[in-house]
Design a protein around this ligand. Structure first.
Ligand code: PMP
Length: 355
């Protein structure tokens, strides 16, 4: 008797038997005259873009697999981690029936993607210390997946693999655990990627938008076992990675590119520490939340700081409208000059308010 895997049980059943669209690149072939994709024979640019790109650019996948210490079959490149979030929901959740679980406050796109797919959102708030609800696994109400953002946006709070792994283990026969590691390069020791081999229900999301400095490129990754990856490959668009994106991303993931990223992360982590120390001296600053990412969440004594910074030409992220984040601002860590000006401006506002 054939046994059904967890992934097969969780996936939308109509996808299991479905043959993915056979794009010209997927069918492939060998020859020196290519007349199979209705492309133009004219090359109007240098380099030429008249041909469709590879479905998953091989050098890009090779480089990311090496960087993440995974097999190439465990890596899918997408249009940012945002697309990976939506693809997971579309692959596993039946509209109007299924739901996902999120641990709030957290990244807003999990709920938005679910809503746009008519998929329900079950919310299990984080504790006051931004830790996972100790009863999280009992509060999932048949969710197809639970999103755990680590380091978490917008709190910056972190969880250790030792905290997350028991949840993955407990849910091994029940639902997917999607660990969003968009900011993991700022706290690399916390990654769950090495556990993908061990757990069939673990999915890790990554991006080049943060530490790699390529937000404009729109390139992210889904890391999981190849059963999940192959199912998502049925749902993703035929040519999801534009050729120039694949080339630039592959370069960024070369050994030299990764070294450069690490040096920049070290610099940003240092600036974050300095900024956080400076904040701690200012009147009106109530809580500086510890962050494992390239931003710091700060609670002030009132909600006027956002406007006061805006008046000085400094744009930060207001969190005041988010439940439990009243009077909070989220500061991205910029370069030294930017952080100095931010620090000086906050000091000026603080003094003015205290006067
Ligand atoms: N996850 C988190 C936690 C994020 O903060 C972001 C970006 N704001 C994303 C995913 C999306 O990343 P990308 O730019 O790769 O779509």
């Amino acid at each position: 008797m054939a046994t059904t895997s967890l992934v097969q049980r969780l996936a939308r059943t109509e996808l299991l038997a479905m043959t993915p669209y056979q794009s010209a690149r997927r069918i492939g072939g060998s020859g020196d005259i290519w007349l199979n994709a209705n492309e133009s024979p004219f090359t109007n640019n240098e380099p030429a873009y008249n041909r469709y790109p590879e479905f998953q650019p091989i050098e890009l996948i090779e480089n990311y697999a090496r960087y993440a210490k995974l097999d190439q079959t465990q890596v899918l490149a997408s249009r940012g981690a945002d697309e990976a979030i939506e693809l997971l929901i579309r692959t596993f959740c039946v509209p109007g029936k299924d739901q996902i679980t999120i641990c709030t406050p957290t990244y807003g796109m999990y709920a938005i993607s679910a809503a746009t797919c008519n998929v329900g959102v079950n919310t299990v708030p984080l504790t006051k210390e931004w830790q996972l609800d100790p009863q999280l696994t009992d509060k999932l109400h048949d969710s197809k997946m639970v999103f755990i953002c680590n380091p978490n946006n917008p709190t910056g709070s972190t969880l250790t693999p030792a905290q997350i792994e028991p949840i993955v283990a407990k849910l091994e026969q029940q639902c997917l655990v999607v660990v969003d590691e968009a900011y993991i390069e700022f706290s690399p020791q916390l990654t769950m990627a090495s556990l993908i081999e061990k757990y069939d229900n673990l999915v890790v999301l990554r991006t080049l938008s943060k530490a790699f400095g390529l937000a404009g490129l729109r390139c992210g990754f889904m890391l999981s076992n190849n059963e999940v990856i192959n199912l998502v490959k049925k749902v993703i668009a035929p040519y999801p990675i534009p050729a120039p994106v694949g080339d630039i991303a592959a370069q960024a993931l070369s050994l030299g590119g990764v070294q450069k990223m690490s040096a920049q992360v070290a610099q940003l982590n240092k600036l974050a520490e300095q900024f956080s120390r400076r904040l701690s001296t200012l009147a009106g600053v109530e809580t500086i939340y510890h962050s494992g990412a390239n931003f710091i969440l700060v609670r002030f004594n009132d909600s006027t700081w956002f406007q006061a910074l805006g008046d000085e030409g400094i744009v930060v992220r207001n969190q005041n409208q988010v439940k439990t984040l009243e009077n909070c601002l989220r500061f991205s860590i910029g370069n030294e000059l930017e952080m100095n000006r931010l620090g000086d401006t906050l000091a000026k506002i603080s003094k003015r308010k205290a006067a």
